[in-house]
Design a protein. Structure first.
Lengths: 154, 154
DNA sequence: CTATTTAGTTAAGAGCACGTAACTATATCA
DNA sequence: TGATATAGTTACGTGCTCTTAACTAAATAG
């Protein structure tokens, strides 16, 4: 069966299992490292984007500018984030991860996704080549969907 | 390339993209529905498990019994969770989702994972059959890893 | 140059989630 | 039967995160 809907369903089923599995690990990891989910989301966003302004942090999370500024400030005090002036507009700050921040995000992935290795090993050997290629392709496609130039929301 | 490590890396890459993408949607969705991440994690856990005791809620999240009880109480007041006595031990409560609770969890998935359909559609047609099978297999394997009956590790 | 807008910070206060501690009720052990 | 352990609830205090409002600094319009 390879109808579009069948694929939708299977992908969703897989993601549900995955998200359910990693949710608890994430919550516990963040508690250990004294991070809120919002803070972690911010770090992860900047990890993938490279840099980001304070306002964008707020709008990403649906909180006010002020709240975002306070949150960012704590991350800076924790040595996870750096603030620098944007070149073309000195009102803005460019937020970027420190080395410590990058390490934290990467270790969070380790902590949450270590079980993926068990899963990969549980896959029958003859499936692995196809799985490897498919995963790479999906990641690639998803990244391109992730950055639509100008998609207005309604 | 189909070495185990290659597969580990590709899976991780894919998951990172996926989690990064769905994190923001999740945070915004929960804000709209006045749920904390911990509450949502609890609902999702019960959604998959079927039922659960109050203590387990606490230990899942790394919080005390008291905090778990308070959290559960709010979910009950919101009509998302039901408490009933466990049959064999009347000290325990069996927590289960109400119809409203099940609907909420399912709609949260819709809200977070709607973009998956775009992704599935972006996959070249000749890949879809293989992708469908692989997703189903991974979900199946992951579920079994998720519930090891009595398999001592070490 | 002056007025307005935009990005960000700071202060004060409200609400929520959590922990500790005290309590009730059931189960279990002697 | 009485002592102890377990599951859950309730009361109260603390700390964190958010909001509103007032503020500074830089860009931009007139």
């Amino acid at each position: 069966m390879s109808t579009p809907n069948e694929l939708h369903d299977r992908m969703r089923e897989w993601i549900e299992v995955l998200v359910g599995r990693s949710m608890r690990d994430l919550i516990l990891y963040l508690k250990q490292h004294d991070l809120s989910m919002a803070q972690y989301g911010t770090l992860m966003r900047i990890f993938h984007q490279g840099s980001c302004a304070v306002m964008q942090v707020g709008s990403h999370l649906g909180i006010t500018n002020a709240a975002a500024s306070q949150m960012v400030d704590k991350l800076v005090q924790q040595g996870l984030l750096e603030r620098s002036e944007a070149e073309h507009d000195r009102r803005m700050k460019q937020l970027s991860l420190t080395e410590k921040g990058r390490e934290l995000v990467q270790r969070a992935y380790e902590a949450r996704l270590g079980w993926l290795e068990q899963l990969a090993d549980a896959l029958p050997p003859e499936r692995r080549a196809a799985a490897t290629e498919l995963m790479a392709e999906l990641a690639h496609l998803a990244q391109r969907l992730d950055q639509p130039p100008a998609a207005p929301e309604g």
